[in-house]
Ligand binder design. Structure first.
Ligand SMILES: [Zn+2]
Length: 228
């Protein structure tokens, strides 16, 4: 295993078996660059590849941050809908991008069964899109950006803010930016305008600056599309 990785023991909250999960040492997570939708690239190992923990015994999979926060009802749903059909296989150790995508899709499948809040889907779909971006598979990237976009919109329309760590302006920014990335420039301009014209958003200077930049990109793309 790579020097940057280490294993940690946790108890699976669904089947109660002790499992090993792989993590990246935080000192080895050196940021190289960031995309406008917050996708982060690292100098060496990308911790994103390890964000989903999978129980090899029962097939329960979730983002690390929510892995242990599963209710007894949700655990029962996983047991009945996933564990029954699960063929034991391990996700421990080094992951390449394909193994990471497989882990994230398992997490997405678990979410579909336990139907949590839309923000949970948004996070997982966005990360799957990033992994496809790293693989340069644009078709799949756009497909998952569209899913993420739908769930961010549902979050915006239905949830009181903040939703976990997500504030309202960042959610609106994500809707604008994902709309731009999937080619819905009118939508992107509409959502970016919402931030630019909101007095409350001005407190977050970094967000306002990014919004202005992405707003111009969306305008340019819209004009280019109309000329074509
Ligand atoms: Zn388990």
């Amino acid at each position: 295993m790579l020097d940057s990785l280490y294993n940690k023991s946790v108890v699976c909250p669904v089947c109660q078996n002790k499992i090993e999960v792989t993590k990246v040492k935080s000192k080895d997570c050196v940021v190289a660059s960031r995309d406008s939708d917050f996708c982060v690239y690292y100098e060496s190992v990308n911790p994103l590849f390890y964000e989903v923990w999978v129980c090899e015994h029962c097939g329960y999979a979730a983002l690390q941050e929510r892995f242990e926060n599963i209710s007894p009802i949700e655990a029962k749903i996983v047991k009945e809908n996933i564990s029954k059909y699960w063929k034991p296989r391990s996700f421990c150790g080094e992951r390449d991008v394909d193994k990471a995508i497989e882990a994230f899709k398992l997490a997405l499948y678990n979410l579909c069964k336990i139907s949590p809040k839309p923000i949970e889907y948004a996070k997982v779909c966005l990360r799957i899109a990033w992994l496809y971006r790293m693989k340069k598979d644009e078709q799949q990237e756009i497909k998952f950006l569209n899913h993420a976009l739908r769930y961010y919109r549902e979050t915006y329309e239905n949830e009181p803010f903040p939703v976990g760590k997500l504030d309202e302006h960042t959610c609106v920014y994500m809707i604008g930016e994902l709309s731009r990335r999937v080619g819905n420039y009118d939508d992107a301009i509409f959502w970016f305008n919402k931030i630019i014209s909101s007095p409350g958003a001005r407190e977050n200077k970094a967000l306002i600056d990014s919004t202005r930049e992405q707003y111009h990109l969306a305008k340019e793309a819209k004009e280019a599309k109309e000329k074509a």
